[in-house]
Design a protein around this ligand. Sequence first.
Ligand SMILES: [Zn+2]
Length: 452
Amino acid sequence: MKAIRGAFLDFLYDPFYKDEQEAVRYLTDGILVIDGEKIADFGSYEELGDKYSDVETTTYANRLIMPGFIDTHVHYPQTEMIAAFGEQLLEWLEKYTFPTELKFRDKAYARQVADRFLNMLLANGTTTAQVFTTTFPQSVDAFFEACSERNICMIAGLTGIDRPGLAPPEYLDTADTFYANSRDLIERWHLKGRNKYAITPRFALGSTREQLDRCGQLKGEYPDTWVNTHMSENHKEIAQVAEAFPEAKDYLNVYERAGIVGPKFTAGHAIHLSDDAYRRMSSSKSSISFCPASNLYLGSGLFMIHKAKSVETPVLVGVGTDMGAGDCFSILRVLNDAYKVAALQTQKLSVLKGLYLATLGGAKSLLLEDEIGSFDPGKFADIVVLNTRPTPALAFRAENAIIDESRPVEEQRRERMEHEAFGMMMLGDERAVEATYVSGNLLYQKLGNHIH
Ligand SMILES: [Zn+2]
């Protein structure tokens, strides 16, 4: 056993639907006890300190300790092409993405990028992600091999695209090869250790009806797998989907007809949705990955977080970098963009709502809340240690916080924490990440000196 002591922040409830102060659990001096790969106990140091006085304890002073961040939509093969200039979705795919992803035919190359990608996620405090690969099964093997070495919880799957003309011929698979390879990969990797498999049609436009039907067949044969794809990202894309699937009443209906919509189905983006589509996403308990960095970078549009998190049509929502279309690996930077996307629609994304989406909200959107997302004992010890003052600007801002000192001390502490955490959400990135634990193991630690 070992323990971590410091200030902890996680969530008990969804702050979009509950009073924020009731939804959050903030311990100014807490202790988290780790037994093997899981959390054995968690609470205030005052209450539990004596009980665990013999346990080796690492103390993080002046830090904020949170559950590891969850990135619900990201493309590992695009690591090297992040920040590609000048195009919107379909042109961006053709000009940059497929030429890059073709390199993943080579398994050794794929493995090398998978290691780099996972190390970058860890340096950014991300401990779980839902990950796109390529049409080449060896790129999936390489990824899960890299994950297995780290005992990290990742969801990924062979990323199918079989529609002629949508990608270079040598990149395309077929409905049959996609089905056979997916089955093979599910058997090999799904629920082996912490690995989880997502049936992954890249996006409706990229797949023939036959390939989407094969996805439905796979979901029927392996009902506990995830389904991960893109939806309603770009106007030109949406128009072409309508042309390719005239029998479907809208983009979501293409997936509904394939039988893949429901719990554990994640649609990346879902920017341009009708009220009816929101209703169907809500009633089917499907989830959306909100990818504001990508949506701004490719000029795709503004996701309506207030509609997705409405009382009328509540949809499960997590956040995604969508790196390489998103221009960062950092969930903190994604939250910065999320704040601005909300602001452009006269909405306010508070720090607690933002951090919820990045942790317990993400876990719930993937139906993984029994395993990750908060510090409840029994969950895996996936933890990020954050410095809320990693830069001179953030330190100066924090020192000059205006706090109402007439209020009780505990309330003042909370107000200060929220002030600093919001600064970190808006100005932070990997510089704010001090250490990252996965399955109880310290897998990333920042080197060098820090500004306090
Ligand atoms: Zn994407």
